[in-house]
Design a protein around this ligand. Structure first.
Ligand code: A3P
Length: 285
């Protein structure tokens, strides 16, 4: 079966698990509460990694929750009906996840004190990671080749639209007190300090053993074994067996995939679209 995209307000969404009415309802009516913590990412930027870290911080390093409950229940998708249902049923403090671009995000956020953690990643690695996911996940339109996916990504014809627009929108919030901006690259380089920063931001004090547990249990090799976060428990009609949400987990994999011409094209587009930002805001070259 071939899937296309689901379109809402000019933005492509995956087909499975989504419908226009739910997305519309979330974007226009969802009420964000002051005590919510919201993970916002462009797909393939380290969403599950950050979710695992925040869940572990919330449970003070105890692993029972993340090892017994699917990650999409621990921290549910705002833009899906199922996700909203889990959020409304949750008896814990809510931990929301969303890939929505800034302009579609529920407006109740802007009058709330909810905490937003936005993680960004080198868009070239996002592109490569997305290529592997969308070619193997049976949720959406599939590219026939890397070359084709490269073109779609530059045009913003991929789930959740343009990376450039996503980052532009959310960067406008970066100086707000209730927004923490992180990068996949910094999390790789110094996970302990980044996790400490997150703890401070969400107001959770962890002792050194608890912090060690968060660090260990959110590491790539442990997450790869955790069926609740690596999507191994998704039914086979949605995911091919060999796809893993924890694929390589490295920085710079784009160098193994881009041709010289693609690297030049990307560089040119990047320079044009990101011209207004200070260079040192982003930790990639
Ligand atoms: P790769 O495909 O480059 O390996 P998302 O969760 O937003 O879909 O992002 C997926 C990317 O995050 C994948 O990148 C995945 O391997 C990486 N990732 C997931 N858990 C990780 C971890 N604990 N450490 C490092 N990278 C991780």
């Amino acid at each position: 079966m071939t899937y296309e995209f689901l379109w809402f307000e000019g933005l492509p969404f995956p087909v499975w698990g989504y419908n226009i009415e739910d997305i519309k309802e979330t974007c226009t009516k969802f009420v964000i509460k002051d005590e919510d913590t919201i993970i916002v990412t462009y797909p393939k930027s380290g969403t599950r990694w950050l979710r695992e870290i925040l869940c572990l911080i919330h449970s003070k390093g105890y692993t029972k929750w993340i090892q017994s409950v699917p990650i999409w229940k621990c921290s549910s998708w705002l833009e899906t009906r199922q996700g909203c249902k889990f959020l409304n049923e949750s008896e814990r403090q809510r931990l929301l996840t969303s890939h929505l671009p800034f302009h579609l995000f529920p407006k109740s956020l802007f009058t709330s004190k909810a905490k937003v953690v936005y993680i960004m990643r080198n868009p070239k690695d996002v592109l490569v990671s997305g290529y592997y996911l969308w070619t193997t996940l049976k949720l959406t339109k599939k590219p026939e080749s890397f070359k084709q996916y490269f073109k779609w990504f530059i045009q913003g014809n991929v789930p959740y639209g343009s990376w450039f627009e996503h980052i532009h929108g959310w960067m406008s919030m970066r100086d707000r007190e209730n927004v923490l901006l992180l990068s996949y690259e910094d999390l790789q380089k110094d996970p302990r300090s980044t996790i400490e920063k997150i703890c401070q931001f969400v107001g959770k004090k962890l002792n050194p053993e608890e912090l060690d547990s968060v660090l260990e249990n959110s590491s790539f090799h442990v997450m790869k074994q955790n069926k609740m976060s690596n999507y191994e428990i998704l039914p086979e009609n949605l995911i091919t067996k060999h796809v893993s949400m924890t694929r390589k987990g490295i920085c710079g994999d784009w160098k193994n995939h881009f041709t010289v011409a693609q690297a030049e094209t990307f560089h040119k587009v990047y320079q044009e679209k990101m011209a207004g930002f200070p260079k040192d805001l982003f930790p990639w070259e």
